[in-house]
Structure formats: structure tokens, C-alpha cells
Design a protein around this ligand. Structure first.
Ligand code: SF4
Length: 333
């Protein structure tokens, strides 16, 4: 289990009492809480440290945790496509999210019908769906990927052309690297993460001028133009959230410019106390819809009729079709 240490949240009497109540309810109602790295820090305190998160991770780690849990009820502190993935992997368990409006600009950029139209336009080409897609979109695709395994999945196809949906920036970043290695071409969809697209070349250049000794931590979802110009004369990593965390652990640098979701900075600071993380602090408005308070309300509702408003329901047909690309992806993990 990953343990992020976000100590300031321990010791506040209001938060401690919510933690206590949630932990009582988790025990009584057989609940596991899976929490994404982009959650607010108070939702990233593990149970060992007095918080409520049983597992903290990126999309891939949380998919694996969802696959392996034995709890009757899964509460997902993340966004809705993640909770849907947990449901697809655990169709017999109850999966909940504390705000159904916790969406994602990438997931909402494409539908299952859009993918069917792509298949008609490009017959026979494989389709890789980034995990940040809704269940009905995944159901139409050949394989899913997360930012951690996208490169190896893209390399594994024998076809010369691959359709990658929905993130145009991540697709461009992947495409130029895969094309240089293998000559493969990517056909891209025009979806964007509204958080990562804000890391422009000029904002990165300004930060580099202010912090000339800092290394770069950039997510695949940042625009390719910003990535290429930032790395032209500076060291660092372009990768998934997991790649960013492990890079910091191995680097001797003391200062890093983070081009990813703001609360990942708090997570990194908790893990690496002797290092400094500089970020323009762009927060994902969807992730921030999940709070300690609405997580408590969700847990109180479990085993009552009120729980329906928080529960993920998917058609059996969508579950069985979407499971195929997710399980193919997990073979790469
Ligand atoms: S950070 Fe971007 S990709 Fe992640 S949930 Fe928010 S909008 Fe979607």
C-alpha cells in the first residue's frame, strides 16, 4: 500500500471526528475506500496514519486495487469513470462515489457512438482507449491504457496505424515517441484535460527562469509543444503520476517544477519532505467535488434507500463488453 503522509490534517478536531465516524462505518458496513492522488489531502491520509483511505494511487494502481478487494462495498474517492472501472471489475460488489457530477473533460469528450463512427471510417484499425473514458466508450474499444502503460501497449500492436482516444495532447506526446521507434502513425481524437492543457510553453518557461536548478515533472496530458520546449534544456520526467512519484525518489535534485494536478504537489511533499515542489496549482474541479463531508454522507447512507443516489449502475451488456479492453490492459501491468 502507498502511504502518503499529509500530517496537517491529523489533530484537527473536526476532521478527526469525521475520520473516526467514517472508520466506524467502514467496519460496520464492510467498506473499502480507494483514493486517487488528485484528491484533496485529507482524503489521502491512509488508515494506518489515522485517516480513512485504504488504498491511495494513480488510475492503474486503483484499478488493480479494485480488482483485488474482497469488501462488499467499494467507495471511490476519484472521478466517475474510475468508479465505473471498479464496477466493471467487480460487478457483484456495490461501488459508490459521493458526487455523480465528478466527471472528467476527457471522458465527456467522446461517446460510444463516436467510437462506432471512427470504426466505420477506419475499418480494421485497433483502438486504444485511455482509461479516462466512460464505460460505454470503453465497451467499443480494443484495449484500454493508463498513462503508466500507454507506451508499451502502443508498441505491442503490429498495425502501422493506431487510433488513440480521447486525449489529443497525450496522443501527440505518445505518437512522436512511438513513431520515432517504430514508424507507427496515430489517429487522434480532439479531447483535452482541462487541467493539464493549462501548462503552456510560456508558463513553463517563466517557471524555469525563476527556478533554474529545478527538474521537470510533466504529465503525458500536458500539450506536446510545452513538453518539447520545456525539456529542450532541462532534465526531468514525462510520464504518469506513478512515474513522477518514482522519479522524484530516484533524483538527487532538491527542487522540481510540477506540471500536473495541484494536489499531487501536496502528495509529493508528504512523501519527500526534504524536496521542494513548485506548481502553478491548477486544481481539477471534478476531483474536488469529492470531499470528506460528502464521503461521510455516502457511508452513512449505505444499506438505506439514500445510497442509490451514490451507487454506480451499469448495464450487464456494457460491463461484459468494457471488461475485455480493461482486462487486456491489466495484462500489461
Ligand atoms: S485532471 Fe483532467 S484528466 Fe484528470 S479527472 Fe480532471 S479533467 Fe479529467
Amino acid at each position: 500500500m502507498n502511504n502518503q503522509i499529509i500530517q496537517p490534517y491529523i489533530g484537527s478536531s473536526k476532521i478527526d471526528s469525521i475520520y473516526r465516524r467514517i472508520n466506524e462505518l467502514k467496519k460496520d458496513k464492510d467498506v473499502v475506500i480507494l483514493s486517487h492522488y488528485y484528491m484533496s489531502p485529507e482524503l489521502q491520509v491512509s488508515t494506518e496514519l489515522g485517516g480513512v483511505a485504504d488504498f491511495i494511487g494513480d488510475s492503474l494502481a486503483l484499478s488493480l486495487a479494485a480488482k483485488n478487494t474482497r469488501a462488499k462495498n467499494i467507495v471511490f474517492c476519484g472521478v466517475k469513470f474510475m468508479a465505473e472501472t471498479a464496477k466493471i471489475l467487480n460487478p457483484t460488489r456495490n461501488v459508490f462515489i459521493s458526487d455523480m457530477e465528478a466527471g472528467c473533460s476527457l471522458a465527456s469528450s467522446i461517446t460510444g457512438e463516436d467510437v462506432r463512427n471512427l470504426k466505420a471510417k477506419y475499418p480494421g484499425l485497433p483502438i486504444i482507449a485511455y482509461i479516462n473514458t466512460n464505460a460505454e466508450t470503453k465497451a467499443e474499444c480494443d484495449i484500454c491504457c493508463t498513462s503508466r502503460n500507454a507506451m508499451s501497449i502502443a508498441r505491442s500492436f503490429k498495425e502501422d496505424r493506431i487510433i488513440f482516444i480521447p486525449d489529443v495532447y497525450m496522443g501527440q506526446n505518445l505518437s512522436s515517441r512511438v513513431k520515432a521507434e517504430t514508424g507507427k502513425e496515430f489517429i487522434l481524437w480532439d479531447g483535452r484535460c482541462e487541467v493539464h492543457e493549462q501548462f503552456t510553453s510560456s508558463s513553463m518557461e517563466s517557471l524555469k527562469m525563476i527556478y533554474p536548478n529545478a527538474e521537470l515533472l510533466m504529465h503525458w496530458e500536458v500539450p506536446e509543444e510545452s513538453v518539447n520546449s520545456a525539456f529542450a534544456d532541462t532534465k526531468g520526467v514525462l510520464g504518469s503520476t506513478g512515474d513522477i512519484i518514482s522519479y522524484v525518489g530516484k533524483s538527487d535534485a532538491k527542487q522540481f517544477i510540477l506540471a500536473s494536478e495541484c494536489d499531487l504537489g501536496a502528495t509529493l511533499k508528504g512523501m519527500y519532505k526534504d524536496k521542494e515542489f513548485i506548481t502553478p496549482c491548477v486544481k481539477c474541479p471534478y476531483m474536488k467535488k469529492i470531499t470528506l463531508e460528502n464521503t461521510l454522507a455516502l457511508l452513512e447512507s449505505i444499506n438505506t434507500e439514500d445510497a442509490m443516489q451514490y451507487q454506480i449502475f451499469l448495464d450487464d451488456d456494457i460491463i461484459s463488453k468494457a471488461l475485455v479492453p480493461i482486462e487486456r490492459m491489466l495484462e500489461f501491468s
